[in-house]
Design a protein around this ligand. Structure first.
Ligand code: ADP
Length: 293
């Protein structure tokens, strides 16, 4: 595996002693997610197809600051396979070989510590915005009053209008509004790990910037670890702390690239020459991977 770094963040010399605070040292054993040589083959016999091979990576529990990890790679290289395996969803789970660990234990099933947001709007059509957002709390047995109160709070947190939008149904919302509902539905449950599969892929550029800003704000508040699949290199570089770049199928992780944190609104930051320089570097790597076979 190799990595590139932005010019301003040159790699530490090999002999440098890492500075580890006592808090970090105490929690250093806790990996939020660890893949050890994970391979997934779908089907059997002549129809067997290996989607990912020997995928290994570690995402650590960083005190007071989760990590934002975009995954980039050619179509069909196994990005969703990895995400859904972390989520414990079948048939991606279980791995054919290797270990997929969450908080140090093999993933067994879907769990409340992990929440997913997909590209296609996954709200229930027959439920209003407030009931969609409160749904997960209802499943957890939270009282009607409490879950409504929390859902109303989340309607505002994701930038919707509680007086106007709460009673609407999904078909009455724009794509951006529906993704706000999807984000609220997931984050209200305060998962430690948020799994996002091209959540903004269907949105127009202006709405996408707004959603990126919203996500940075909410993610900083929640301090969760985020895995984020996107085809937009700009989006990955803007949002990410560290990019994982995968090879063509059967996918494996070829590059891990640390990225400076997002400090400014998405629209401004993504015009910055330094930012664009980083995007070009990553694009060169991705283009090479996606080039002719
Ligand atoms: P990506 O998200 O990078 O586009 P996926 O993880 O969705 O890739 O898929 C990787 C490969 O595995 C693709 O060739 C896809 O067709 C195949 N695949 C995904 N899910 C299944 C499945 N349930 N059964 C058989 N093949 C699958």
């Amino acid at each position: 595996m190799s990595s590139i770094l932005p010019n301003e963040a040159a790699p530490a010399p090999a002999e440098a002693v890492p500075v580890v605070s006592p808090a970090t040292a105490k929690r250093a054993h806790t990996h939020v997610v660890e893949f050890r040589d994970v391979t997934k083959t779908y089907g059997e016999g002549p129809n067997a197809y290996t989607a990912i091979r020997n995928v290994s990576f570690i995402v650590d529990d960083r005190p007071d600051h989760g990590e934002f990890v975009p995954i980039l790679g050619p179509s069909g290289c196994g990005k969703s396979t990895i995400l859904r395996m972390i989520a414990g969803l079948s048939p991606q789970h279980p791995p054919t070989s290797g270990d997929a660990l969450v908080f140090g234990k093999p993933v067994q099933t879907a769990g409340a510590d992990r929440g997913m947001v997909f590209q296609d709007y996954t709200s229930f059509d027959h439920l209003s915005v407030v009931d969609n957002i409160a749904f997960g709390l209802e499943c957890r047995g939270v009282s009607l009053k409490d879950r409504r109160e929390q859902a109303m709070h989340w309607i505002e947190k994701v930038g919707l209008n509680k007086d106007v939008d709460a009673v609407k149904y999904p078909h009455q919302l724009s794509g951006g509004m529906r993704q706000r509902v999807a984000i609220a539905r997931t984050l209200i449950l305060q998962p430690r790990i948020i799994l996002m599969d091209e959540p903004f892929g269907a949105l127009d550029p202006g709405t996408r910037y707004a959603m990126q800003d919203l996500l940075v704000k909410l993610w900083r508040e929640q301090q969760a670890t985020v895995f984020f699949i996107t085809h937009s290199i700009e989006e990955a570089v803007y949002l990410g702390d560290r990019l994982l770049i995968m090879s063509r199928a059967p996918g494996t992780i070829l590059h891990e690239i640390p990225i400076p944190a997002a400090e400014r609104p998405a629209r401004d930051a993504q015009r910055d020459p330094e930012f664009l320089g980083m995007v070009f570097k990553v694009r060169d790597i991705v283009d090479e991977l996606e080039g002719p076979v």
